[in-house]
Design a protein around this ligand. Sequence first.
Ligand SMILES: *[C@@H]1O[C@H](CO)[C@@H](O)[C@H](O)[C@H]1NC(C)=O
Ligand SMILES: *[C@@H]1O[C@H](CO)[C@@H](O)[C@H](O)[C@H]1NC(C)=O
Ligand SMILES: *[C@@H]1O[C@H](CO)[C@@H](O)[C@H](O)[C@H]1NC(C)=O
Ligand SMILES: *[C@@H]1O[C@H](CO)[C@@H](O)[C@H](O)[C@H]1NC(C)=O
Length: 382
Amino acid sequence: MSNLQSKWRYLVMILGIQLVVMALLSREGYQKRVTYFFRIFRRGDAGGSVRNQTVRDVYANLSLLTKGLANEDSLPYCPQKSPLINGPFHVTFPSGLTLAQVERKNPLVVRGGRYRPPNCESHHRTAIIIPHRNREQHLKFLLYYLHPFLQRQQLNYGIYIIHQAGNYTFNRAKLMNVGFREAMREEDWDCLFFHDVDLIPEDDRNTYTCEAHPKHAAIAMDKFGYKLPYKMYFGGVSALTPQQYLRMNGFPNNYWGWGGEDDDIGLRVSLSGMLISRPSLTVGRYKMIKHKLDKGNEENPRRFNMLAKTRHTWRNDGMNSVQYEVLSREYLPLYTNITVNVGTQKGLQPFNSKAPTQAPSPVKQPESHVETSISKVRSTNS
Ligand SMILES: *[C@@H]1O[C@H](CO)[C@@H](O)[C@H](O)[C@H]1NC(C)=O
Ligand SMILES: *[C@@H]1O[C@H](CO)[C@@H](O)[C@H](O)[C@H]1NC(C)=O
Ligand SMILES: *[C@@H]1O[C@H](CO)[C@@H](O)[C@H](O)[C@H]1NC(C)=O
Ligand SMILES: *[C@@H]1O[C@H](CO)[C@@H](O)[C@H](O)[C@H]1NC(C)=O
């Protein structure tokens, strides 16, 4: 009798547990179904006609900002969230754009490409470091979008172009090291954005400020279908505080040519015991200006070998070993142009200042400024 009773008890208990589990499972499923539904809903939202009402001109309402009469020393702090943030904006590349137009649209930007909010004291001092050679056309578009983008975020900022002199193979990562040192020499920046010249942000909620860990900002590029191509990807646009940058000994100096250096940098982040922080996929969106691989920036065939050795080399190759020679420093209306001799694979040799510091643009780059003038010269000569 008692035997039978205990069997019943077991049965009831098992049934009860099953019921609870089923209830939990179905609740989760329900939640999943609901979020799935919402996601479909939102996707429709983002692509369709609703978008027309929210996507604005990156310059919308910026002209309302004027230099106030307030005493510069007694400005109140800017609000934690800038009231000028709009979300997504249109990015197009009109062919007739000139630097003079960009200047006129940004009357509050001062010598060297510096800006601070006119009516409040910014919480953030951000330097933008852009490695560069023969990309004047791309630079123009980037400046057209980046200046208002940063002003919407109420940042105290400066834009530095680090121009590699001569014709030797391009070295993106080493130029970043130069940019870090030269920018920090000028100002006590609390955040540095390392920025490719051909990537245009599309949403001003992607704030150009630093986080507790190194930030990879270019998480969703049109080139990769607005998705992260692989988990450790750290290319395009990244941001580090000076402390984070020095902790990982900066970037490698020995990657000549295209590719590999961004993975090396990603690896350095984890080797030095840090994580990668990222904005959301909806906010970290970038449009890439289409172009061919430049002459002088061919694929680096050694990159995989070098990557395999990063864990042994990162402590000795980086900020603590970078050698270069600054050839000129120009404070232009929209940016500071630091032209630098970074040497070659064999090391740093004194730069022949009589030779042209800038390579004429190769035939492969039809959209470039320099190229058109050269081909004009060629055609009139022949
Ligand atoms: C939204 O914009 C797209 C192009 O940007 C246009 O083709 C479409 O007609 C617009 N829709 C509305 C409702 O204005
Ligand atoms: C900001 O610009 C939008 C249009 O882009 C306009 O509708 C709105 O009134 C402007 N805001 C202010 C404060 O002027
Ligand atoms: C760069 O290359 C061009 C030809 O492509 C040449 O005329 C020029 O002298 C080179 N400059 C330097 C610094 O070697
Ligand atoms: C930067 O300065 C160098 C040297 O004066 C010059 O050759 C180059 O064209 C400049 N680059 C830009 C983007 O202003």
